[in-house]
Design a protein around this ligand. Structure first.
Ligand SMILES: C[S@@+](CC[C@H](N)C(=O)[O-])C[C@H]1O[C@@H](n2cnc3c(N)ncnc32)[C@H](O)[C@@H]1O
Length: 249
């Protein structure tokens, strides 16, 4: 046990191989109320964060898009419309409960004709090299155990010239905002979680996992290290969220 490899799960240290099942427990628990909670917690602002992601996606009719850790599929629905009949969208996630909500939403939105739903681990994507024009991973990378391995896997399945967009909670750039945000995250979020989803713990994990996630320059460096080119990022809502972008040469 003494030299067992560990990683963080929120503020807890857990065995490296146990993190994925702990994360799975969180998303299995929140899946039924995930979309409602997203709107409540962010006061709807997550829609604006996702709008910028769509705008910078470069997606055009005929493209192939991977929405990784795509959960309940809100980006995948938008991409399905953008790629049209000649294009294809893969909604991929490790969690069956999240995917099951996502598959129903895609179906209800009339997107079944050009979308596929696949259960995958971001660390070892089961797609051929050079498959996708664009990959998005929105609020997903934070939960992945081996982020470097996942970034390498995403680079492999991108087409040359294709782009990766990582939308993720990040580090607020103003001190007063950071204080207010901490108060909201640790005092308010778990309470909303308990009230609406009957689950305070998962929302405590959310707040903690955000603090453990690499900040903007660190994630940019990780993307460069993985082999992405022309990496940059855009802070939104004062850096509470950042959209990172990188290209495959
Ligand atoms: C916060 S949700 C984000 C869902 C959606 N992208 C959104 O923006 O609303 C995070 C998702 O990451 C997924 N996830 C966590 N670890 C993963 C992994 N190793 N591979 C693929 N998906 C993963 C979870 O199952 C969950 O659905």
């Amino acid at each position: 046990m003494a030299d067992e490899k560990t990683t963080h799960f929120g503020y807890q240290q857990v065995a490296w191989q146990d993190k994925a099942s702990r994360v799975a427990g969180v998303f299995r628990s929140v899946a039924p109320k995930y979309d409602l909670m997203n709107d409540l917690m962010s006061m709807g602002i997550h829609r604006a964060w996702k709008r910028l992601t769509l705008e910078l996606s470069g997606v055009r009719p005929g493209h192939k898009v991977l929405d990784l850790a795509g959960g309940t599929g809100d980006l995948a629905i938008k991409f399905s419309r953008m790629v049209g009949d000649q294009g294809a969208v893969v909604l991929a996630d490790i969690n069956d409960a999240m995917l099951s909500v996502g598959r129903d939403r895609l179906f209800d939105a009339g997107c079944a004709h050009n979308t596929e739903v696949v259960q995958v681990n971001a660390e070892c994507l089961p797609f051929a090299d050079n498959t996708f024009n664009t990959i998005t991973i929105a609020f997903g990378l934070r939960n992945v155990t081996d982020k470097d391995k996942a970034l390498a896997s995403m680079l492999r399945v991108l087409k040359p010239g294709g782009r990766l967009l990582v939308l993720e909670f990040s580090k607020p750039v103003h001190r007063p905002l950071e204080k207010l945000y901490d108060l909201y995250s640790f005092a308010v979020l778990p309470r909303i979680g308990k009230l609406v989803a009957g689950d305070a713990e998962s929302y405590q994990y959310l707040a903690e996992s955000i603090r453990m996630h690499p900040d903007q320059p660190t994630l940019k460096g990780m993307m460069e290290q993985a082999g992405f080119m022309r990496c940059d990022y855009f802070n939104m809502t004062g850096g509470i969220v950042a959209l990172h972008r990188g290209f495959k040469a």
